[in-house]
Write a protein of this length. Structure first.
Length: 368
Protein backbone atom coordinates (compact mmCIF):
# COMPACT_ATOMS: atom_id res chain seq x y z
CA UNK A 1 0.00 0.00 0.00
CA UNK A 2 0.96 3.65 -0.46
CA UNK A 3 0.81 6.27 2.25
CA UNK A 4 0.74 10.10 2.18
CA UNK A 5 3.07 11.96 4.50
CA UNK A 6 2.00 12.73 8.04
CA UNK A 7 -0.09 15.86 8.57
CA UNK A 8 -3.05 16.97 10.69
CA UNK A 9 -6.33 16.05 9.15
CA UNK A 10 -9.95 15.63 10.17
CA UNK A 11 -11.00 13.73 7.06
CA UNK A 12 -9.49 10.32 6.22
CA UNK A 13 -9.98 7.91 3.36
CA UNK A 14 -9.34 4.31 2.30
CA UNK A 15 -9.27 2.76 -1.18
CA UNK A 16 -9.76 -1.03 -1.62
CA UNK A 17 -9.53 -3.19 -4.72
CA UNK A 18 -11.98 -5.84 -5.88
CA UNK A 19 -10.44 -8.43 -3.54
CA UNK A 20 -10.82 -6.17 -0.49
CA UNK A 21 -7.14 -5.34 -0.22
CA UNK A 22 -6.20 -1.84 1.01
CA UNK A 23 -4.52 -0.01 -1.87
CA UNK A 24 -4.41 3.56 -0.57
CA UNK A 25 -5.17 5.42 2.69
CA UNK A 26 -4.50 8.70 4.47
CA UNK A 27 -1.88 8.63 7.22
CA UNK A 28 -4.47 8.76 10.06
CA UNK A 29 -6.69 6.12 8.50
CA UNK A 30 -6.58 2.65 10.10
CA UNK A 31 -5.50 -0.37 8.11
CA UNK A 32 -8.76 -2.15 8.73
CA UNK A 33 -11.88 -1.12 6.77
CA UNK A 34 -13.97 1.65 8.37
CA UNK A 35 -17.09 -0.15 7.14
CA UNK A 36 -17.59 -3.85 6.56
CA UNK A 37 -17.71 -5.01 2.92
CA UNK A 38 -21.13 -4.72 1.29
CA UNK A 39 -22.23 -1.62 3.25
CA UNK A 40 -22.78 1.44 1.06
CA UNK A 41 -23.79 5.05 1.69
CA UNK A 42 -23.58 7.12 4.85
CA UNK A 43 -23.05 5.59 8.28
CA UNK A 44 -22.06 6.80 11.75
CA UNK A 45 -19.20 4.66 13.07
CA UNK A 46 -17.93 6.51 16.15
CA UNK A 47 -15.73 8.43 16.21
CA UNK A 48 -16.22 8.75 12.43
CA UNK A 49 -18.93 9.78 10.01
CA UNK A 50 -18.31 7.48 7.02
CA UNK A 51 -19.48 7.33 3.40
CA UNK A 52 -18.76 4.25 1.24
CA UNK A 53 -18.84 4.26 -2.59
CA UNK A 54 -18.07 1.32 -4.94
CA UNK A 55 -17.50 1.55 -8.69
CA UNK A 56 -20.09 -0.07 -10.92
CA UNK A 57 -17.57 -2.72 -12.07
CA UNK A 58 -16.63 -3.46 -8.42
CA UNK A 59 -12.90 -2.90 -9.02
CA UNK A 60 -12.54 -0.04 -6.50
CA UNK A 61 -14.22 0.76 -3.20
CA UNK A 62 -13.60 4.12 -1.50
CA UNK A 63 -14.34 4.95 2.13
CA UNK A 64 -14.21 8.59 3.28
CA UNK A 65 -14.67 9.47 6.94
CA UNK A 66 -14.82 12.69 8.96
CA UNK A 67 -14.13 13.15 12.65
CA UNK A 68 -17.60 13.42 14.28
CA UNK A 69 -16.41 15.89 16.97
CA UNK A 70 -14.82 18.11 14.32
CA UNK A 71 -18.00 17.89 12.27
CA UNK A 72 -20.10 19.06 15.23
CA UNK A 73 -17.63 21.88 15.92
CA UNK A 74 -17.82 23.07 12.31
CA UNK A 75 -21.60 22.94 12.32
CA UNK A 76 -21.75 24.90 15.59
CA UNK A 77 -19.28 27.58 14.49
CA UNK A 78 -20.93 27.82 11.06
CA UNK A 79 -24.34 28.20 12.69
CA UNK A 80 -23.03 30.98 14.93
CA UNK A 81 -21.57 32.88 11.99
CA UNK A 82 -24.82 32.48 10.09
CA UNK A 83 -27.07 33.50 12.99
CA UNK A 84 -25.07 36.52 14.16
CA UNK A 85 -25.48 38.48 10.88
CA UNK A 86 -29.17 37.56 10.84
CA UNK A 87 -29.59 38.86 14.39
CA UNK A 88 -27.87 42.08 13.40
CA UNK A 89 -30.07 42.46 10.31
CA UNK A 90 -33.35 41.57 12.01
CA UNK A 91 -33.96 45.05 13.55
CA UNK A 92 -33.12 46.74 10.25
CA UNK A 93 -35.32 44.29 8.35
CA UNK A 94 -38.16 44.78 10.83
CA UNK A 95 -37.89 48.58 10.59
CA UNK A 96 -37.82 48.45 6.80
CA UNK A 97 -40.77 46.06 6.73
CA UNK A 98 -42.72 48.26 9.15
CA UNK A 99 -42.04 51.37 7.10
CA UNK A 100 -42.96 49.60 3.87
CA UNK A 101 -46.23 48.27 5.26
CA UNK A 102 -47.19 51.60 6.81
CA UNK A 103 -46.39 53.39 3.58
CA UNK A 104 -48.31 50.87 1.50
CA UNK A 105 -51.34 50.81 3.81
CA UNK A 106 -51.51 54.56 4.47
CA UNK A 107 -54.32 54.85 1.94
CA UNK A 108 -56.24 52.14 3.82
CA UNK A 109 -55.83 54.12 7.06
CA UNK A 110 -57.18 57.22 5.30
CA UNK A 111 -60.14 55.20 4.02
CA UNK A 112 -60.80 53.87 7.54
CA UNK A 113 -60.67 57.38 9.01
CA UNK A 114 -63.03 58.61 6.30
CA UNK A 115 -65.49 55.82 7.17
CA UNK A 116 -65.32 56.60 10.91
CA UNK A 117 -65.74 60.36 10.50
CA UNK A 118 -68.35 60.52 7.75
CA UNK A 119 -71.94 61.37 8.59
CA UNK A 120 -74.47 58.55 8.81
CA UNK A 121 -76.45 60.12 5.96
CA UNK A 122 -73.40 60.30 3.68
CA UNK A 123 -73.51 57.22 1.44
CA UNK A 124 -71.17 58.49 -1.26
CA UNK A 125 -68.55 55.94 -2.44
CA UNK A 126 -65.05 55.93 -1.01
CA UNK A 127 -62.39 57.12 -3.48
CA UNK A 128 -59.73 54.53 -4.44
CA UNK A 129 -57.03 57.03 -3.39
CA UNK A 130 -54.06 54.95 -4.57
CA UNK A 131 -55.19 51.90 -2.60
CA UNK A 132 -52.92 48.85 -3.14
CA UNK A 133 -54.27 46.54 -5.81
CA UNK A 134 -54.55 43.69 -3.28
CA UNK A 135 -57.01 45.74 -1.19
CA UNK A 136 -58.95 47.28 -4.08
CA UNK A 137 -61.62 44.48 -4.00
CA UNK A 138 -62.38 45.37 -0.37
CA UNK A 139 -62.95 49.06 -1.25
CA UNK A 140 -65.00 48.10 -4.30
CA UNK A 141 -67.13 45.74 -2.21
CA UNK A 142 -67.72 48.42 0.41
CA UNK A 143 -68.72 50.92 -2.27
CA UNK A 144 -71.12 48.37 -3.76
CA UNK A 145 -72.68 47.91 -0.31
CA UNK A 146 -73.05 51.69 0.03
CA UNK A 147 -74.70 51.84 -3.39
CA UNK A 148 -77.26 49.18 -2.41
CA UNK A 149 -77.93 50.96 0.87
CA UNK A 150 -78.31 54.26 -0.98
CA UNK A 151 -80.82 52.71 -3.39
CA UNK A 152 -82.88 51.31 -0.52
CA UNK A 153 -82.92 54.65 1.31
CA UNK A 154 -83.77 56.52 -1.88
CA UNK A 155 -86.73 54.19 -2.47
CA UNK A 156 -87.91 54.69 1.12
CA UNK A 157 -87.57 58.48 0.94
CA UNK A 158 -89.26 58.62 -2.45
CA UNK A 159 -92.18 56.63 -1.05
CA UNK A 160 -92.50 58.98 1.94
CA UNK A 161 -92.26 62.09 -0.26
CA UNK A 162 -94.80 60.82 -2.78
CA UNK A 163 -97.16 59.66 -0.06
CA UNK A 164 -97.02 63.03 1.67
CA UNK A 165 -97.45 64.85 -1.64
CA UNK A 166 -100.36 62.69 -2.79
CA UNK A 167 -102.11 63.22 0.54
CA UNK A 168 -102.29 66.96 0.01
CA UNK A 169 -104.94 66.92 -2.72
CA UNK A 170 -107.48 64.62 -1.01
CA UNK A 171 -106.92 66.39 2.31
CA UNK A 172 -107.53 69.78 0.72
CA UNK A 173 -110.69 68.46 -0.94
CA UNK A 174 -111.92 66.92 2.30
CA UNK A 175 -111.24 70.17 4.16
CA UNK A 176 -113.20 72.14 1.58
CA UNK A 177 -116.15 69.74 1.92
CA UNK A 178 -115.97 69.97 5.71
CA UNK A 179 -116.02 73.78 5.51
CA UNK A 180 -119.06 73.71 3.20
CA UNK A 181 -120.82 71.27 5.52
CA UNK A 182 -120.01 73.45 8.50
CA UNK A 183 -121.33 76.55 6.74
CA UNK A 184 -124.59 74.81 5.85
CA UNK A 185 -125.15 73.44 9.36
CA UNK A 186 -126.82 75.54 12.05
CA UNK A 187 -127.49 72.99 14.79
CA UNK A 188 -124.98 73.31 17.61
CA UNK A 189 -124.17 69.56 18.01
CA UNK A 190 -123.62 69.13 14.26
CA UNK A 191 -121.43 72.23 14.10
CA UNK A 192 -119.32 70.92 16.98
CA UNK A 193 -118.74 67.67 15.12
CA UNK A 194 -117.88 69.61 11.94
CA UNK A 195 -115.37 71.79 13.79
CA UNK A 196 -113.68 68.73 15.26
CA UNK A 197 -113.55 67.13 11.80
CA UNK A 198 -112.02 70.30 10.38
CA UNK A 199 -109.43 70.37 13.18
CA UNK A 200 -108.44 66.77 12.47
CA UNK A 201 -108.10 67.47 8.75
CA UNK A 202 -105.87 70.45 9.56
CA UNK A 203 -103.75 68.18 11.74
CA UNK A 204 -103.41 65.62 8.92
CA UNK A 205 -102.42 68.39 6.52
CA UNK A 206 -99.69 69.59 8.87
CA UNK A 207 -98.48 66.03 9.38
CA UNK A 208 -98.23 65.42 5.62
CA UNK A 209 -96.25 68.66 5.27
CA UNK A 210 -93.91 67.51 8.04
CA UNK A 211 -93.43 64.14 6.31
CA UNK A 212 -92.57 65.92 3.06
CA UNK A 213 -90.01 68.07 4.88
CA UNK A 214 -88.50 65.02 6.57
CA UNK A 215 -88.18 63.27 3.20
CA UNK A 216 -86.24 66.27 1.89
CA UNK A 217 -84.00 66.40 4.95
CA UNK A 218 -83.32 62.66 5.02
CA UNK A 219 -82.43 62.73 1.32
CA UNK A 220 -79.28 64.60 2.35
CA UNK A 221 -80.27 68.11 1.26
CA UNK A 222 -78.25 69.60 4.13
CA UNK A 223 -75.06 67.85 2.97
CA UNK A 224 -74.69 70.48 0.26
CA UNK A 225 -72.36 73.33 1.12
CA UNK A 226 -72.46 76.97 0.09
CA UNK A 227 -71.98 80.27 1.95
CA UNK A 228 -75.18 81.18 3.82
CA UNK A 229 -75.74 84.53 5.56
CA UNK A 230 -77.64 83.74 8.76
CA UNK A 231 -78.89 87.33 9.00
CA UNK A 232 -80.44 87.14 5.54
CA UNK A 233 -81.82 83.69 6.34
CA UNK A 234 -83.49 85.02 9.51
CA UNK A 235 -85.09 87.91 7.62
CA UNK A 236 -86.43 85.61 4.89
CA UNK A 237 -87.93 83.12 7.35
CA UNK A 238 -89.44 85.86 9.55
CA UNK A 239 -91.01 87.43 6.46
CA UNK A 240 -93.04 84.25 5.94
CA UNK A 241 -94.83 84.91 9.26
CA UNK A 242 -95.84 88.48 8.39
CA UNK A 243 -99.46 87.50 7.65
CA UNK A 244 -99.73 84.94 10.48
CA UNK A 245 -101.88 85.71 13.54
CA UNK A 246 -98.79 85.34 15.77
CA UNK A 247 -96.70 87.80 13.74
CA UNK A 248 -96.74 90.40 16.53
CA UNK A 249 -95.08 87.91 18.91
CA UNK A 250 -92.13 87.17 16.61
CA UNK A 251 -89.23 89.57 17.04
CA UNK A 252 -85.80 89.78 15.43
CA UNK A 253 -82.45 90.37 17.14
CA UNK A 254 -79.92 90.65 14.34
CA UNK A 255 -76.41 92.12 14.08
CA UNK A 256 -75.61 94.77 11.50
CA UNK A 257 -72.85 92.73 9.82
CA UNK A 258 -73.49 89.49 7.92
CA UNK A 259 -72.84 86.19 9.70
CA UNK A 260 -71.75 83.70 7.02
CA UNK A 261 -71.57 79.91 7.54
CA UNK A 262 -71.29 76.91 5.21
CA UNK A 263 -74.58 75.08 4.70
CA UNK A 264 -77.68 74.75 2.56
CA UNK A 265 -80.15 77.63 2.81
CA UNK A 266 -83.21 75.46 2.08
CA UNK A 267 -82.38 72.90 4.78
CA UNK A 268 -81.53 75.59 7.34
CA UNK A 269 -84.79 77.38 6.51
CA UNK A 270 -86.74 74.19 7.24
CA UNK A 271 -84.98 73.86 10.61
CA UNK A 272 -85.53 77.50 11.63
CA UNK A 273 -89.21 77.43 10.62
CA UNK A 274 -89.75 74.34 12.77
CA UNK A 275 -88.09 76.03 15.75
CA UNK A 276 -90.26 79.12 15.32
CA UNK A 277 -93.44 77.03 14.95
CA UNK A 278 -92.62 75.14 18.16
CA UNK A 279 -91.88 78.34 20.05
CA UNK A 280 -95.07 80.09 18.91
CA UNK A 281 -97.15 77.02 19.74
CA UNK A 282 -95.75 76.21 23.20
CA UNK A 283 -94.74 79.61 24.65
CA UNK A 284 -98.31 80.41 25.84
CA UNK A 285 -98.46 83.81 24.20
CA UNK A 286 -94.98 84.94 25.30
CA UNK A 287 -92.73 86.80 22.84
CA UNK A 288 -90.51 84.71 20.55
CA UNK A 289 -87.10 86.08 19.51
CA UNK A 290 -85.21 84.96 16.42
CA UNK A 291 -81.61 85.83 17.25
CA UNK A 292 -78.40 85.68 15.17
CA UNK A 293 -74.98 85.87 16.84
CA UNK A 294 -71.47 84.78 15.95
CA UNK A 295 -71.79 81.45 14.06
CA UNK A 296 -75.18 80.85 15.68
CA UNK A 297 -78.90 81.25 14.93
CA UNK A 298 -81.31 80.71 17.83
CA UNK A 299 -85.01 80.87 18.66
CA UNK A 300 -85.79 81.98 22.21
CA UNK A 301 -89.08 82.30 24.08
CA UNK A 302 -90.18 83.22 27.60
CA UNK A 303 -92.73 80.44 27.92
CA UNK A 304 -93.02 77.85 30.68
CA UNK A 305 -89.89 75.99 29.59
CA UNK A 306 -89.12 72.26 29.76
CA UNK A 307 -87.38 70.28 32.48
CA UNK A 308 -83.87 69.01 31.79
CA UNK A 309 -84.95 65.35 31.71
CA UNK A 310 -87.34 66.01 28.82
CA UNK A 311 -84.95 68.08 26.69
CA UNK A 312 -82.93 65.10 25.42
CA UNK A 313 -86.07 63.03 24.80
CA UNK A 314 -87.61 65.71 22.59
CA UNK A 315 -84.86 65.27 20.00
CA UNK A 316 -86.22 61.81 19.11
CA UNK A 317 -88.93 61.36 16.46
CA UNK A 318 -92.58 61.29 17.62
CA UNK A 319 -91.69 62.61 21.08
CA UNK A 320 -93.79 65.47 22.44
CA UNK A 321 -93.35 67.89 25.28
CA UNK A 322 -95.19 67.73 28.58
CA UNK A 323 -97.84 70.15 27.29
CA UNK A 324 -100.61 68.55 25.22
CA UNK A 325 -100.58 69.68 21.60
CA UNK A 326 -101.65 68.56 18.18
CA UNK A 327 -98.09 68.21 16.93
CA UNK A 328 -96.61 64.98 15.60
CA UNK A 329 -93.33 65.20 17.48
CA UNK A 330 -91.25 65.39 14.29
CA UNK A 331 -90.04 69.01 14.28
CA UNK A 332 -87.07 68.82 16.66
CA UNK A 333 -85.95 65.45 15.26
CA UNK A 334 -85.88 67.10 11.85
CA UNK A 335 -83.83 70.02 13.23
CA UNK A 336 -81.40 67.50 14.76
CA UNK A 337 -80.92 65.85 11.34
CA UNK A 338 -80.35 69.20 9.61
CA UNK A 339 -77.80 70.24 12.24
CA UNK A 340 -75.90 66.94 11.96
CA UNK A 341 -75.76 67.08 8.16
CA UNK A 342 -74.76 70.77 8.23
CA UNK A 343 -71.84 70.18 10.57
CA UNK A 344 -73.58 72.22 13.29
CA UNK A 345 -74.56 71.49 16.89
CA UNK A 346 -78.21 71.59 17.97
CA UNK A 347 -78.55 73.05 21.47
CA UNK A 348 -81.81 72.88 23.41
CA UNK A 349 -81.99 74.36 26.92
CA UNK A 350 -84.12 76.24 29.42
CA UNK A 351 -81.76 79.14 30.14
CA UNK A 352 -83.45 80.84 33.10
CA UNK A 353 -82.77 79.94 36.71
CA UNK A 354 -86.49 79.53 37.47
CA UNK A 355 -86.78 76.89 34.71
CA UNK A 356 -88.84 79.10 32.42
CA UNK A 357 -88.05 79.92 28.83
CA UNK A 358 -86.60 77.79 26.07
CA UNK A 359 -83.63 78.39 23.77
CA UNK A 360 -83.09 76.27 20.65
CA UNK A 361 -79.98 77.08 18.62
CA UNK A 362 -77.94 75.85 15.69
CA UNK A 363 -74.27 76.50 16.48
CA UNK A 364 -71.70 76.26 13.69
CA UNK A 365 -67.95 75.75 14.02
CA UNK A 366 -66.37 75.75 17.49
CA UNK A 367 -68.62 78.38 18.93
CA UNK A 368 -69.86 77.16 22.34
Amino acid sequence: SAEIGSHEEHVIYQVFDARGRLRLRSHNAPATPLLAPGIEGLRDEPPWHVVALTRDDGRRRVLVAEDSAHRRQLLASGGVWMVLPLLALLPLTGAALHWGLRSGLRSVERAGSAMRLRDAADLSPLPPDRTPSELRPMIDGFNALLARQRDLLDAERLFAARSAHELRTPLAAARAQAQRLLAATHEAPARAHGERLLAQLDRLTRLSSRLLQIARVESGIALQREPVDLVLLARLVADEYRAAPEAARLRLALPDAPVVVDGDIDALSIAVRNLIDNALKHSHGAPVVLRVAAQCIAVEDAGPGIDAASLGRLRRPFERGPVDSDGAGLGLAMVESVARQSGARFELQSPRADGRGLRAALVFGSQP
